[in-house]
Design a protein around this ligand. Structure first.
Ligand code: UDP
Length: 338
């Protein structure tokens, strides 16, 4: 059985990926510093899968602690989620974002080299495409010029990985560019649990739906889109998790460096997502129209043909599934995971 080191494996996407790995016969070894996740997630992974993954509480920038993880466990592959991810906060704290998000991946790459691990998956983001003029976005589009430090850390990490792959052709590296992850585990045990007021649309909507927040602000209804609100490619987190398993299998065939968009290929506006949430769950989401949010683009959605062709992966769940699962998680965890 392959041992997969999952850095940041108790977070929103990480925890769902740990479940998917276990269900596919892998043995995940989870590292997380709990800076933006809860230890209770580990119990919940065990409840869902019947298996408690090995867990090490450590910060991925801590070379000594991570070296110990590599020494004590035979690692066959790595999935690197561990990063700061709040766009707005990254504008306020660029030093912390560049430092953490680069050091954690570089430390992992150094140890990967030292311990002879060959397979590495990196969590990237659609943000690397910057302000692209044409949709959908293809993997070979130009990248760079992300609109904030968080996005720049994704661009920089991608560049590092391209250079590493050139220098070490024996490595297999997958860069996965996530579009907008939403939804939750259908059990209601795992889901998005942001600290403080959510920045992202779906957790905001679900907190409004249970009365934890009074009303959703829609940031701009004057975009050049059919209903004037921003369009994004929302993907169910379960699909995203399966994308990691498919990518790991690809790496095991000695793929070298590969890059995939993980999205649905379909754009949904803010108003459409609100309506889908209301219809799926029989609730009303009060909204107020506010000015555009700085740094937002009108639309952003993926072409995902490459992942389908090369990984046999495509998104299976709909926006309605995701709205139902997000609401279920929120109702079962009104104050988040405790
Ligand atoms: N959005 C909104 N209200 C919110 C949060 C987000 O209208 O409280 C809009 C935002 O302007 C964008 C879309 O929802 O058009 C998705 O935003 P999110 O922050 O979830 O993801 P992003 O694509 O910006 O990473």
């Amino acid at each position: 059985m392959s041992n997969i080191l999952v850095n940041g494996g108790l977070g929103f996407i990480g925890s769902e990926t740990v479940v998917a790995l276990i269900n596919s016969g892998y043995n995940p070894i989870v590292v997380d510093d709990l800076s933006n996740s809860k230890i209770a997630v580990l119990d919940r992974i065990e409840t869902i899968t019947g298996k408690r993954p090995t867990f090490i509480q450590a910060n991925c920038t801590d070379y000594a602690a991570m070296d110990k993880v590599f020494t004590e466990n035979k690692i066959d592959g790595i999935i690197h989620f561990a990063a700061f991810k709040a766009v707005g906060e990254s504008v306020q704290k660029p030093i912390e974002y560049y430092s953490n998000n680069l050091k954690s991946s570089l430390t992992t790459l150094e140890l990967m080299k030292k311990h002879g691990v060959r397979n590495f998956i990196f969590s990237s983001s659609a943000t690397v495409y910057g302000c692209a003029k044409e949709m959908p976005l293809y993997e070979n589009n130009e990248t760079g010029d992300a609109t904030n430090p968080y996005g720049e850390t994704k661009v920089m990490n991608e560049r590092i990985l391209v250079d590493v792959a050139k220098a070490m052709p024996e490595l297999n590296i997958a860069i996965l560019r996530y579009f907008n992850p939403i939804g939750a585990h259908p059990s209601g045990l795992l889901g998005e649990d942001p600290n403080g007021i959510p920045n992202n649309l779906m957790p905001y909507i679900s907190q409004v739906s249970i009365g934890r927040l009074p009303c959703l602000s829609i940031f701009g209804d004057d975009y050049p889109t059919p209903d004037g609100t921003g369009i994004r490619d929302y993907i169910h987190v379960l699909d995203l998790a399966e994308g990691h398993v498919a990518a790991m299998k690809k790496l095991e065939s000695n793929s070298g460096l590969v890059i995939y968009n993980l999205g649905t290929g379909k754009g949904t506006s803010v108003k459409e997502l609100v309506k889908a949430f209301e219809d799926a769950n029989g609730v009303k989401i009060p909204v107020v129209i506010k000015p555009r949010r700085a740094g937002d683009v009108a639309e952003n959605y993926a072409n995902c043909d490459k992942a389908f062709k090369e990984l046999g992966w495509k998104a299976r769940f709909t926006i309605v599934d995701a709205c139902r699962d997000s609401y279920n998680f929120q109702k079962k965890n009104p104050k988040g995971i405790e």
